[in-house]
Write a protein that binds this ligand. Structure first.
Ligand code: UDP
Length: 368
């Protein structure tokens, strides 16, 4: 049996960066992947001339020069500015919350007057230190925006009442007093030409990759095959759930190919009311202006995670974070396995932070 310096479990962005850097550092590496394709959740597939984001929309954005330079080694990016719309009770609203949204809501175009409307709404709530997401949102934007554009979407996405959710989730949403529909504040944003799978293919060039290979089906063998393991699956599963199960949110994607050229005129439309069961519809061709007589859309339904479903989002509330800390202590007590990625680190982070954290690990682990 061949022996490796590193076994990398999972060929997503984190694992593939680590594999790439380890190989560059002269290590012998093996990547195993339980799915029948590489690239984890950033996997894209070309269908009808359109790069379809098979596990939900991925828009790369960062202000970090190192991260941007790093990812650009593997692909050329377009400049895609994410400007989603939110649909509520028959009307479309601009996102993120900015002067366009406020104009659509109140017919007011003067930023000072808009600030006053919001400040008055906030004052009515009498919230000093927000204890949950609802209070945080009310303190940030007031009742109108909260009830129309935040409450239903958030409660659907997380499967919990906004009063039971941690406040930090909403901090991802910027609030602006300019007519600027750019969802992200980051300096760089874009979609790789040809899709994301090509990035991972390039990272894994020259590396042995075994698809359809589940670590847990043969863990005894895999724990002997390499000096060290970089594990990017769920940390609680790795430890056989001995301390209990961490909570995740899952998603169901319903994809449809339509015989029309343009279905919704935008890459992302959110559905902000609770009664509509999906949170958004993605129209893939608008991410990179793909030319095709057809279009492909995906409806994204949030679902409660249970074994057998894909875990997409960690639920970073106090209970789960403290359970994760206990798993982390177990992880620190052994030297063979390093945990990484959204699931291994149990962190709700975007692709740029995945790159950053993988590069930090590479520095610690490979440059000694
Ligand atoms: N959010 C919201 N209304 C929206 C979009 C987002 O209230 O129309 C809130 C919601 O609480 C959500 C969080 O912002 O959980 C992050 O949403 P985003 O779509 O940015 O996250 P993603 O799922 O794309 O990582």
């Amino acid at each position: 049996m061949e022996h490796y310096d590193y076994l990398i479990v999972g060929s997503g962005l984190y694992g593939s960066i680590f594999a790439h850097e380890a190989r560059k550092a002269g290590k012998k590496v093996l990547v195993i992947e339980k799915r029948d394709h590489i690239a984890g959740n950033i996997y894209t597939k070309n269908q009808e001339g359109i790069n379809v984001h098979k596990y939900g929309a991925h828009i790369f954005h960062t202000s970090d020069e190192e991260v941007w330079k790093y990812i650009n080694q593997f692909a050329k990016f377009n400049r895609f500015t994410n400007s989603p719309k939110g649909f509520y009770h028959g009307k479309l609203y601009s996102l993120p919350f900015n002067m366009n949204t406020f104009y659509e809501l109140w017919g007011e175009k003067d930023p000072l007057k808009v600030k006053k409307i919001i400040a008055d709404q906030i004052a009515k709530e009498h919230i000093d230190s927000p204890k949950n997401l609802e209070e945080q949102a009310l303190k940030l934007v007031g009742r109108d925006v909260y009830e129309k554009l935040i409450k239903g979407y958030t409660e659907k996405q997380w499967g919990k009442k906004a009063t039971e959710l941690p406040a930090f989730i909403i901090k991802r949403l910027p609030l602006r007093f300019t007519f600027d529909n750019n969802y992200f504040n980051d300096l760089y944003q874009g979609i790789p030409f040809g899709g994301y799978t090509g990035i991972i293919e390039k990272m894994l060039e020259g590396i042995e990759v075994r698809l359809n290979t589940d670590f847990f089906a043969n863990r005894d063998i895999y724990q002997q095959i390499a000096d060290k393991i970089m594990f990017t699956g769920c940390i609680d599963e790795f430890f056989d759930y001995v301390l209990g199960k961490l909570e995740y949110r899952s998603l169901r994607f319903e994809e449809e190919t339509l015989n029309c050229e343009n279905y919704q005129g935008n890459a992302v439309i959110n559905y902000n009311e609770y009664e509509i069961p999906y949170t958004r519809i993605i129209e893939h061709k608008h991410f990179d202006n793909s030319v095709s007589p057809k279009t492909i859309i995906t409806r994204e339904y949030p679902v409660t995670w249970k074994e057998g479903l894909e875990p997409y989002y960690p639920v970073n509330d106090e209970k789960n974070n403290s359970l994760y800390q206990q798993y982390l202590e177990m992880a620190h007590k052994q030297n063979q396995v390093i945990f990484g990625g959204r699931l291994g680190l149990y962190k709700y982070f975007n692709m740029d932070l995945v790159v950053k954290s993988a590069l930090n690990l590479c520095r610690e682990e490979l440059i000694k």
